[in-house]
Design a protein around this ligand. Structure first.
Ligand code: FES
Length: 270
């Protein structure tokens, strides 16, 4: 190591925090704003316990927001509970209290979000070639960050919840009288589910599950082909992470607006 390097930290011994002259702070700032705004919105909505299901008198159609799916609380509108009701109706317990913690953990342990919030909230480091304020660095080798390794298990659970969201999007095409119908809300629900699948499949753990632990790709042509396709999606994981946050919020807000009677759902059929 050269004499300009601190032997204990391995860092360059320069008095400036960084020699970068570009706007390196913009990305962490946008991440704080974007992630912070989404978390506040989602928290308010999850505990609101109203306007999650469009069920106005005279309406043939009904939409369930993904923030309340699957709706397991006894406080849920029965028509919104496609998989039963067994959770108590307490104000501090979200109606979808079974799925939400796992979805939160899936996103919290996501490789991309880790990079984003480590940089934005912990400044560890805030950007490439910008020194972090912390004296010690232990990475993800100790509790609690060691638990980031559980991401692959949350991936399986998130896949199950996305299946439930897909079911919700499909049953939304069936009117209360059993006839087929669709409107703008169906398009939004389907678009959100497609994006959720793309985000879930583009997960680094999914890529590793499909193509990992193989010595010879040539002996596993199907897995090799799938791995190649997932790898292409994986290259868009950051964009999908943000797009799905937006699609979830838009879907929820749209359903809240229709449910509250702020506007009606433009129907195309039925
Ligand atoms: Fe982002 Fe798995 S790495 S969801």
């Amino acid at each position: 190591m050269s004499s300009t390097t601190d032997a204990s930290t391995g860092r360059a011994q320069i008095s400036e925090r960084t020699l970068r002259t570009d706007r390196w702070w913009l990305s962490p700032l946008l991440n704080v704003a974007g992630l912070g705004a989404w978390v506040i919105y989602a928290t308010v909505r999850v505990f609101m316990q109203s306007y999650y299901f469009t069920d106005l008198p005279g309406q043939q159609y009904s939409y369930l927001t993904p923030f309340y799916s699957p709706c397991f609380s006894v406080g849920c509108t029965p028509e919104a509970s496609h998989f039963g009701q067994f959770l108590p109706d307490w104000w501090w317990l979200p109606y979808a209290a079974i799925s939400l913690p796992f979805l939160l953990l899936f996103r919290l342990t996501c490789y991309y979000y880790r990079k984003a919030y480590y940089r934005a909230f912990y400044l560890s480091p805030p950007a490439c070639a910008v020194a972090e304020p912390h004296k010690k660095y232990t990475g993800e080798t100790r509790f609690p960050l060691l638990a980031q390794n559980l991401h692959r298990y949350f991936f399986y659970f998130a896949g199950l919840v996305t299946l439930v969201n897909t079911y919700d999007a499909v049953v939304a095409f069936i009117n209360k009288d059993g006839s087929f119908g669709f409107g703008l809300g169906n398009i939004i629900l389907v678009a959100n589910v497609v994006l959720l699948w793309l985000y879930t499949i583009s997960c680094h753990s999914c890529r590793s599950i499909i193509g990992g632990r193989l010595n010879h790709f040539s002996k596993h042509p199907v897995r090799y082909k799938l791995w190649g396709q997932v790898s292409v999606l994986n290259g868009k994981h950051m964009q999908l992470a943000w797009t799905t946050l937006a699609s979830l919020a838009i879907t929820d807000f749209y359903i809240m607006a229709v449910s509250a009677g702020w506007w009606g759902d433009p129907r195309i059929v039925g």
